[in-house]
Design a binder for this molecule. Structure first.
Ligand code: C2E
Ligand code: CA
Ligand code: CA
Length: 518
């Protein structure tokens, strides 16, 4: 031991020092060890230890603050993500998942308090046409406006959600059926007004279904049933509210069955074509036949197109159906033209083309192939397009139309006068003729102002450089009147009803002019 050593092994400060280090090591960073008056080497170690403790404490506190800040950030991010997962980014409304969660919650709450939530489901009418013709930017603005109007028409406690596309839903947590219906009608009224966007004045109403969330019905079933009610409202002329009724399930079931059967019919050659002549009004010779499809149903017999064409269009089956009609009609015309007994007539084949077909790029190719397979001149085929199909007028339609025109097939607007197309709009389309809807002729005779109207319509069509075909001619007087005002072509029961192929062939063999005298 050197002589400067001022402490011994049993110096009590060593014990204190040891204790202090143990406390520090255990995490008690506030521990400080008392320095003695001796200020010797032991005190130097004690002071050093205290300083270290001080540093440790500062570092530790900083670390704690940083961890706290990070935790807060993580929490915020999680909340933001949760919000995003529950929110529709375009409208800021709740989305489908948020709606499902809220519905489950309202149902659970309803069980305890014996209150009933209600669901309103809305699908915009005519939104697709706006989107297609004016573009997605304007379409998005329409949806934002619609979202605001719905939100403005409901109460604080009601939840408005965008379910996707142009479909919205409202959850009313506790209402009577009458109250729910009145909220629904208030929303429909709010949507009725014009929407002004970038100089366009648009109207975009909605069809609405209502379903009370009865206890014991699963959320999935409720959503399926409110969808059925909404669908019924659409089928019933749009812009209305329909409450779900169990009988609607039956209607849906029938429709599903029809869809399944139609699929089979298209694949299994249950479709047949009937043919109706189009007549030159001056010579009464045949200048065309319109192919009209029928479904020869195994148990129901002949089913008319109005019953299944809309369903084929909605389910996408129309492209196969339309393809079959195209090939069968062209093939039939080739047969008539090559048979010496029928080939003396010179007429074209008219087929009806659905709106969805104009949206398919392959359609032009199908027409080209059908023609080249038959070896017929393209002008032998005339495509009848409904006004509503071409009025959508988006880029794809226009592309298809001009491609078809280049191909050399005739293009005709069908059902003219039922839609809202202006004649000046028609002039911009690459079409050759319009077929005037039979409702215009139907009023002839009963309404004294009608003859003047018919003459004016004819003049307008002519002024656009288009030909006119008049459909729905049922009497000789009508045929004569139309001829007297200068109409050249007509079609209708007066000349002939649509006939099955064998009968049409028979008439072509026997007659040069229509109607057939019997
Ligand atoms: P549309 O193109 O306007 O066809 C004319 C409809 O009027 C036919 O009914 C025809 O039978 C009927 N008609 C003809 N003359 C007269 C008449 O003098 N008086 C009256 N009251 N009616 C007459 P149909 O065959 O039931 O066809 C109904 C609609 O189904 C057609 O209307 C057409 O839009 C559609 N359609 C028919 N075949 C096809 C097809 O192959 N493809 C597509 N996409 N649609 C088709
Ligand atoms: Ca037609
Ligand atoms: Ca028509």
């Amino acid at each position: 031991m050197s002589e400067e050593t001022a402490y011994s092994a049993d110096d009590p400060r060593l014990g204190l020092l040891l204790e202090g280090i143990v406390r520090l090591a255990a995490g008690d960073l506030e521990t400080r060890i008392e320095v003695s008056a001796a200020r010797d080497e032991i005190d130097a170690v004690i002071m050093g230890t205290n300083l270290l403790a001080e540093d440790l404490q500062i570092i530790y506190e900083e670390l704690e603050q940083r961890v706290e800040a990070r935790t807060q950030q993580l929490n915020d991010a999680r909340l933001a993500m949760q919000h995003m997962a529950m929110t529709d980014p375009l409208t800021g409304l709740s989305n489908r998942s948020a709606f499902s969660a809220a519905l489950a919650e309202a149902q659970a709450a309803g069980l305890e308090t014996s209150t009933k939530p209600a669901i309103l489901l809305l699908d915009m009418d005519g939104f697709k046409a706006i989107n297609d013709s004016l573009g997605h930017t304007i379409g998005d603005k329409v949806l934002e406006t619609v979202a605001r109007r719905i939100s403005g028409a409901v109460r604080e406690q009601d939840m408005v959600a965008r379910m996707g596309g142009d479909e919205f839903a409202v959850l009313l947590p506790d209402v009577s059926p009458a109250m729910a219906a009145s909220v629904g009608n208030r929303i429909l009224a709010a949507l009725d007004g014009l929407i002004e966007i970038e100089g366009h004045h648009l109207r975009c109403g909605a069809s609405m279904g209502l379903r009370m969330a009865d206890p014991g019905v699963s959320a999935d079933d409720l959503m399926m049933e409110v969808d059925i009610a909404m669908y019924e409202s659409k089928a019933d002329g749009r812009g209305k509210l329909k409450a779900f009724e169990p009988s609607m399930l039956h209607v849906r079931q029938m429709r599903n069955q029809l869809v399944a059967e139609l699929k089979e019919a298209i694949a299994g050659s249950q479709l047949v074509l009937y043919y109706q002549p189009i007549i030159r009004l001056d010579t009464r010779e045949i200048e065309g036949v319109e192919a009209l499809v029928r479904w020869n149903h195994p148990t129901r017999g002949i089913v008319m197109p109005d019953e299944f064409i809309p369903i084929a269009e909605e389910t996408g089956m129309i492209s196969q159906l339309g393809g079959w009609v195209l090939r069968a009609a062209v093939e039939q015309l080739k047969l008539w033209r090559s048979d010496p007994l029928t080939s003396s007539h010179n007429f074209s084949m008219r087929i009806n083309v659905s709106a969805p077909d104009l949206q398919r790029l392959e359609f032009v190719e199908e027409v080209r192939e059908a023609l080249s397979a038959s070896g017929l001149d393209p002008a032998a085929l005339v495509l009848e397009l409904t006004e509503s199909a071409v009025i959508q007028g988006n880029a794809l339609d226009r592309y298809t139309l001009s491609s078809l025109q280049r191909l050399g097939v005739g293009l005709e607007i069908d059902d003219f006068g039922t839609g809202y197309s202006s004649i000046s709009y028609l002039r911009q389309l690459p079409v050759d003729a319009v077929k005037v809807d039979r409702t215009l002729l139907a009023a002839l005779g009963s309404d004294p102002s009608q003859p003047a109207l018919l003459a004016a319509v004819l003049q307008l069509i002519r002024a656009c450089g288009l030909n006119a075909v008049w459909e729905g001619i049922e009497t000789e007087e009508q045929a004569d009147y139309l001829l007297s005002i200068g109409c050249t072509s007509g079609q209708g029961y007066y000349f002939s009803r649509p006939l099955p192929e064998a009968e049409m062939t028979e008439q072509l063999k026997l007659h040069k002019s229509w109607p057939i005298e019997s």
